[in-house]
Ligand binder design. Sequence first.
Ligand SMILES: *Cc1c(COP(=O)(O)O)cnc(C)c1O
Length: 412
Amino acid sequence: MHHFEYRGGELYAEDVPVRELAERHGTPLYVYSAATLRRHFEAFDSAFEGLDRLTCYSVKANSNLGVLRLLGAMGAGMDIVSGGELHRALKAGIPAERIVYSGVGKRPEEIEQALEAGILMFNVESVGELERIGRIASRLGRTADISLRINPDVDPKTHPYISTGMKKNKFGLDMGTAMATYLRARDLPGVNPVGIDCHIGSQLTTLEPFLEALDKLLDFWRALGAEGIAIKYLDLGGGLGITYDAEEPPHPREFGRALAERLRGLPLKLILEPGRVIAGNAGILVSRVLYTKDTPSKHFLIADAAMNDLIRPSLYGSYHKIIPVLEQERPRRAVDVVGPICESGDFLARDRELPEVEQDELLAVLSAGAYGFTMSSNYNSRPRAAELIVDGAEVIVARRRETCADLTALED
Ligand SMILES: *Cc1c(COP(=O)(O)O)cnc(C)c1O
């Protein structure tokens, strides 16, 4: 569910015509719906109502400060993967004790920054990282609460680039060595093992892999208890999928019910790290068609948004629904929607049946709220798009459009 709908023949973002936003703020343009973000967070978080829990929104999905502030105000914690994301979360006013720090390659200065801030815990992914956190914490006269990220060797049946909990992936500790690492953590000064963590992948469309991973983690948790290691937190990561095309991912309620069956009564606080399911369908990318072009084999729509703005189609072959901002009955035809970048991999859609669109018309690329702007770049020296948050009839410029001066500001 989202709040981008046709009204009276044109697309609206909540109560504002998208055409007006494009005329006023230019294209390409990211537009987020505050009501949709709130609704998704509420639907997700309330699905686990009976359980002691903390929902830590995954900052990398959409790290705009306006988005973080909105979710923080609803009680969200944050899952971060870098010092830059820690900076954003703190700047957005998120209390440090609601921040968990994941990621396979934390730098020493990032570890120090997080210790100084007083985050809830580190999700540790290697022995080397564990020892480094212990050393840094000891030097600072602190003890770092940590969990170990377990790689449960579960196939999440998603795109290979975003599956993270299989044996061959770089993430986490395999179950064979995890126990020895917990024992090491128990005896190591500067760290205190308080949690157990996994994150098996993104855009999962069934619950089975989550439950398989959970069962493995619970078995492991019992084994830890037998070793006298008292665990408070069970972090199941993120990964719940969304509908881009025809996927039918489980509703958070089903997820909540399935977890409650297994966790109710256990002395564990559940941590979840949803990203895509909160932000994905809460954003669109608005683009203007610069040219239409027929070749003997294809009909191209050359849009002013490109792979530097939204890389998911190029990187993962992802599907994003594309609709004209102006709703009109018209014939359909198969087109490639491409951007201005000098790569044949620069496309937003291929061989897509779309209503016939004219030069200078506006298109909306849907489901672009997660892993859209955050993965954008300046390739081809393209200033990055502006980001707006629409809240009812109110429009907030959440990030101004970059200028050419911004492009060279660090090189002058
Ligand atoms: C990316 C990531 C998430 C969020 O994944 P979604 O699929 O967006 O929900 C959560 N936890 C970790 C550790 C991640 O790397």
